[in-house]
Design a protein around this ligand. Structure first.
Ligand SMILES: [Ca+2]
Ligand SMILES: [Ca+2]
Ligand SMILES: [Ca+2]
Ligand SMILES: [Ca+2]
Length: 342
């Protein structure tokens, strides 16, 4: 008996002839009649009992079964005891009928805003159940890559940083990644990749003004609010826990207090313009960020304005003036020297 073997594409139509078996040496004689029979059939193939022609009976799927070894018995219709066995092998060849499938339904990644260009963010992975080039995957970012911030290695699926990140400009990216096989024609699939950019403390607090000029009356009461200093910080809330203080002892005075969280400047002690008419305060603001906090400082000029709290004082308590007679009206005969510290 001969050994038969065929290669059949998995998308071959039902009914297609795959081959023919023939028993050539079973018996010799003018009236011989041979019957063929498929042993242990699983239903994919049909064998014509007289002609030995094998046809496809069901749609094949290489991904389920890529190889069949059919056992065929041939026997003499008159003398069934005279039989012979042959084999027919069917190799199912691949058709690109499976699109790439991602190992995850969606991908999510987090990356610090200060990482170097080239840093890997995540690795995307897709497979196809096919074989050969039909399962060779190429990756591509097809949407959402604002400013070409990321790139993907087409063969490995490794997503890396390709441009500077800045949490303050963009803190999330929504990319669509395509995986395409190399079949002819190719099949492809898409998956979402959400990249969150983590804030790093890279912004200093900024005061609302370069310096502050404030005028207060000297009769202000202790705890009176003078001014609310305001600073902002572009980082996320965790790197924007602003606190205000006088940090430099030389530039702090008992006359003033600052509320650390709200930046409210208040009177700490009775003021007296006649003693000190102006102050320069330096106020620090720290963002208490991590890993390294940032701070900024600003100068505050405080002018103390007068309040009439001093009576005029003559420079001499008693004056004696000797005035000659016959002076014209309006004659200036004396000047008082009056001092008023206000
Ligand atoms: Ca296939
Ligand atoms: Ca495929
Ligand atoms: Ca900050
Ligand atoms: Ca930041």
């Amino acid at each position: 008996m001969q050994l038969n073997s065929v290669h059949v594409p998995e998308d071959s139509p039902v009914g297609m002839i795959l081959g023919k078996v023939s028993a050539i040496d079973l018996d010799i004689g003018p009236n011989r009649q041979i019957i063929y029979e498929l042993i242990d059939s699983t239903g994919e193939f049909l064998l014509h009992e007289n002609s030995g022609i094998i046809r496809l009976a069901k749609t094949l799927d290489r991904e389920s079964c890529s190889f069949y070894n059919l056992t065929i018995m041939a026997y003499d219709v008159n003398m069934a005891i005279l039989n012979s066995t042959t084999y027919f092998t069917v190799n199912v060849t691949d058709i690109n009928d499976n699109a790439p499938e991602f190992e995850m339904q969606t991908y999510k990644a987090n990356i610090d805003e200060n990482v170097a260009i080239g840093t890997e963010v995540i690795r995307i992975f897709a497979t196809s159940k096919d074989t050969g080039i039909n399962a060779e995957i190429r990756y591509k970012i097809i949407n959402g890559n604002v400013n070409d911030t990321f790139m993907i290695n087409s063969k490995t699926g490794s997503v890396t940083v390709a441009n500077d990140l800045d949490y303050e400009l963009s803190n999330e990216y929504f990319l669509i990644i395509e995986a395409k096989d190399q079949g002819v024609p190719p099949l492809s699939n898409e998956v979402n990749l959400l990249i969150n950019v983590n804030d790093i403390n890279d912004n200093r607090p900024q005061f609302s003004q370069r310096s502050y000029d404030i005028v207060i009356r000297e009769d202000a009461q202790i705890n009176d609010k003078i001014y609310q200093i305001f600073a902002s910080d572009a980082d996320s809330p965790s790197n924007t826990n602003l606190t205000y203080s006088f940090e430099n002892d030389q530039l702090s005075y008992k006359e003033f207090n600052i509320e650390p969280l709200l930046g409210i400047l208040t009177v700490g002690k009775q003021l007296d313009r006649e003693m000190t008419s102006s102050y320069i305060l330096e106020i620090f603001c720290s963002d208490n960020g991590k890993p390294v906090p940032f701070s900024a400082s600003v100068f505050i000029n405080i002018e103390i304005s007068d309040y009439n709290d001093n009576a005029p004082i003559f420079d001499k308590i008693n004056q004696t003036i000797h005035l000659k007679e016959n002076r014209p009206i309006g004659f200036k005969f004396f000047e008082f020297n009056i001092y008023d510290p206000d």
